[in-house]
Design a protein around this ligand. Structure first.
Ligand SMILES: [Zn+2]
Length: 164
């Protein structure tokens, strides 16, 4: 199935329906290098093979001027679910994404910072789930500032975690 991944505005990647102010489904597809975020209207989502996606969630986005009252685009549980999958072995090639997601979850107090460790494979950050204490070892990608900014832009475009 071919979908329009790069879209000029918020619209269904299958039928092109405008999604602003509507309920819709967002999904992450692993393209082998990074994630593509694909948004689907409710009708199209019913026809989509879910197993193609790394993660998906239902959401709603309101117009810019109502942004203050907007619900979280990606809720914390979904972010934790994505983080768990990545930390559990799915992060190959997505170290920057995993690291950034970990940092966002620390900011949200869903995870807490435990310690940093230098190992043979590099610098690791150990994070713990705030409630269960479950530990996650995340590779610090040690990117240059420029590369980190690029990774952050990509991350924000995919998960749209700003303004929460
Ligand atoms: Zn559609």
């Amino acid at each position: 199935m071919e979908w329009n991944v790069r879209k000029p505005s918020l619209q269904c990647c299958s039928c092109g329906a405008k999604l602003e102010g509507m309920e819709f489904h967002s999904s992450l597809r692993d393209n082998g290098i990074e994630f593509d975020r694909l948004d689907f209207c409710l009708q199209c989502w019913d026809k989509v093979p879910r197993e193609d996606f790394f993660s998906h969630w239902k959401t709603k986005r309101v117009k810019e001027e109502k942004q203050k009252a907007r619900p979280r685009y990606v809720d914390q549980e979904t972010m934790l679910d994505i983080f768990r999958k990545l930390a559990g072995g799915g992060s190959q090639g997505k170290e920057a994404f995993t690291f950034l997601l970990g940092m966002v979850l620390v900011q949200k107090r869903a995870l807490r910072y435990v310690r940093s460790e230098t190992r043979e494979a590099g610098e690791f950050v150990v994070l713990a789930h705030a409630r269960s204490g479950e530990n996650f070892d995340i590779l610090n990608p040690s990117l240059s500032e420029e590369d980190m900014n690029r990774a952050k832009e990509n991350f924000d475009a995919i998960l749209d975690t700003q303004g929460e």
